[in-house]
Design a protein around this ligand. Structure first.
Ligand code: HEM
Ligand code: HEM
Length: 219
């Protein structure tokens, strides 16, 4: 158990972070190079003003028509993403690990709040799962990979929650937590989770098209 722990928190953790950061940079560069070669005209009408305006508009809850049409989905999606990103970065147990390894430390969440935010992420994942199963229009565009991706995202939260509470099999869940956390990081650049990398660009592109070219409202 000890050797396994050393391996997954050492070389494997390095590999996961390098693949996550390197893979994300690679996907970003590959996109820019492809656009430059094939669709260079896009640069000529990308507008900083309309691009930023559109990103702001679309990260504001209920600002768009579609969000107002689906209020429950909107609340769940916002809470899910905020907790998903904020919790692991500001979790005290994680901040301590960065401090021990790199002497880097930053502000952290009270444990009770982090635990609650973890539950929100898990509940959000269950909501997305049920929605995929029961809603015919979502079912229609769902394939096996959607379930796998949802499981990859939920796993570090479920195992982190179980390890934190130490109800049973603490060491087992801790190892599983680190492994699933590393899997999620690596999955970000190489699966549809790369929407984290691409979404600002697609949004800015749509915003530029609607604002700068069509002079239309950006719904
Ligand atoms: C990559 C290596 C990782 C390591 C070494 C690690 C380590 C830890 C440790 C030591 C704990 C505390 C368990 C305890 O109190 O005994 C924890 C909890 C937690 N981790 Fe990680 N973690 C990693 C990755 C991740 C990732 C990628 C995520 C999510 C994206 C994540 C989310 C969480 C959550 C949500 C909790 C528990 C929150 C709670 O209910 O209190 N971890 N982790
Ligand atoms: C920071 C930039 C991000 C933005 C702007 C963003 C945006 C979105 C949007 C608009 C949706 C669609 C929600 C809907 O069904 O209406 C979505 C879904 C989703 N996002 Fe993100 N996201 C981001 C980061 C992430 C990250 C870092 C992860 C996980 C590692 C993630 C995991 C998911 C999952 C699992 C779903 C789909 C749930 C489902 O329908 O099965 N997102 N995201």
């Amino acid at each position: 158990m000890h050797d396994l722990y050393i391996f997954i928190t050492g070389p494997l953790a390095w590999a996961a972070f390098i693949l996550f950061i390197g893979g994300s940079l690679y996907r970003l560069l590959a996109m820019l190079i492809l656009v430059n070669r094939k669709e260079r005209f896009i640069f000529s009408y990308m507008s900083l003003r309309y691009g930023l305006r559109s990103i702001l508009h679309w990260i504001t809850p209920f600002a768009t028509v579609n969000m107002r049409r689906h209020p429950v989905l909107t609340v769940v999606t916002f809470l899910f993403h905020i907790c998903l990103i904020v919790t692991p970065i500001f979790l005290l147990s994680h901040v301590i690990l960065w401090d021990e390894s790199w002497n880097l430390s930053w502000w952290s969440l009270p444990d009770g709040l982090a635990d609650f935010m973890t539950i929100i992420v898990i509940a959000g994942a269950i909501f997305f799962l049920i929605r995929r199963i029961v809603s015919p229009e979502v079912q229609f565009v769902t394939s096996a990979s959607d379930y796998i991706i949802l499981a990859i995202v939920a796993a570090p939260f479920v195992t982190g929650f179980l390890a934190y509470h130490q109800w049973f099999a603490y060491e087992f869940f801790m190892v599983l937590h680190i492994l699933t956390g590393e899997m999620m990081l690596v999955a970000i650049p190489f699966t549809r989770l790369s929407h984290m990398i691409y979404s600002p660009f697609t949004r800015a592109y749509m915003g530029s098209e609607f604002g700068g070219v069509r002079h239309a409202k950006d719904w």
